[in-house]
Design a protein around this ligand. Structure first.
Ligand code: SF4
Length: 304
């Protein structure tokens, strides 16, 4: 209510992975919508990365949630959108950088699914721990542009489909307990390709802090909110990808650069290791999106 996340009559897609965060979000939103007449049209939106033994199982949970909460479900798959499953990508690139591909593709897949559903907004299950981690990561890598927006409860209001994070101030532990005591049906297995996925040090650091002083998580978010970016700092300009039309600050969006690498059999193209490539390819990619390293993102909830 305070942040005016939703307006009556809006169509809202809930990014649903089958995990605890998005399951609790779907449950709470549908419950509040029913009890307090929010007047929202709610949908579940899932992304199928094509990971056998993980996503196929978690999608079964989402399909059950569809019936349990009476929310229509839309699934978009990497195979349909990009022509590759994560299983095929990992077969080609191995277990290094797989989450880079997956994170970039997922972000765009969620937007494309939201466009198909014609929703006004996407709600994701990011919790306070996730956001505190992101603040720390953006400080560590000096990403001023992301640092300035990563604590916003609603982002992308200037784009076609804004996103909001209703659990911005909710501790992960609260969500786990809620799901447990409400006996919600969620999926808690980690991705089989996950060894490199978690934001490693930042996550461990946050958990260590929490053990000493739980409030540290909310304090980090508060600090993130209070950063002021100097007006003379040059920020990347948002444009659109010349290839697919997705938002991008480069000529090609990151998904197109990564996809180009995969399709050419040179998967390292988009992840900053272009040494040894012929000059035409280097030139194309340089024009097409830069070769800067792309940070691996946390997985689990369908977000970022
Ligand atoms: Fe994708 Fe997450 Fe698995 Fe990494 S851990 S491959 S980001 S689903």
């Amino acid at each position: 209510m305070e942040n005016q996340l939703f307006k009556p009559g809006e169509r809202i897609a809930i990014g649903a992975s089958g995990g605890k965060d998005s399951t609790v979000l779907a449950y709470v939103l549908s419950e509040l919508n029913r009890r307090h007449n929010y007047g929202l049209d709610l949908f579940l939106l899932s992304v199928d990365e094509g990971i056998t033994g993980y996503r196929d199982d978690s999608l079964e949970t989402v399909k059950r949630n569809e019936l349990q909460y009476g929310l229509p479900l839309k699934i978009v798959s990497y195979k349909d959108l990009y022509g590759w499953t994560m299983d095929e990508i990992v077969k080609m690139i191995g277990l290094k950088n797989n989450c880079t591909f997956c994170g970039v593709f997922r972000r765009q897949a969620l937007d494309r699914g939201a466009a198909l559903l014609k929703v006004d907004k996407v709600a994701t299950g990011h919790n306070a721990d996730d956001i505190a981690e992101t603040v720390l990561l953006n400080i560590l890598r000096g990403d001023i542009a992301r640092l300035s927006r990563c604590t916003s409860i609603t982002t992308g209001e200037d784009g076609p489909i804004p996103r909001c994070k209703p659990f911005k101030y909710t501790y992960e532990k609260e969500i786990v307990m809620y799901a447990y005591f409400k006996k919600l049906d969620y999926f808690s297995t980690e991705c089989i390709y996950s060894p490199n996925a978690y934001r490693g040090f930042a996550r461990e650091f946050i958990k260590d802090l929490e053990r000493i002083r739980p409030r540290a998580i909310l304090d980090i978010i508060k600090s993130g909110e209070n950063f002021r970016i100097s007006t003379s700092t040059k920020m990347p300009e948002q444009g659109t990808c010349e290839r697919c039309g997705y938002i991008s600050s480069q000529k090609w969006c990151k998904a197109c650069v990564l996809l180009e690498g995969l399709n050419r059999g040179l998967p390292k193209l988009g992840i900053g290791r272009s040494r040894g490539l012929n000059s035409d390819v280097k030139k194309d990619i340089k024009q097409g999106g830069g070769t800067e390293s792309i940070e691996s993102k946390q997985c689990g909830s369908l977000d970022f």
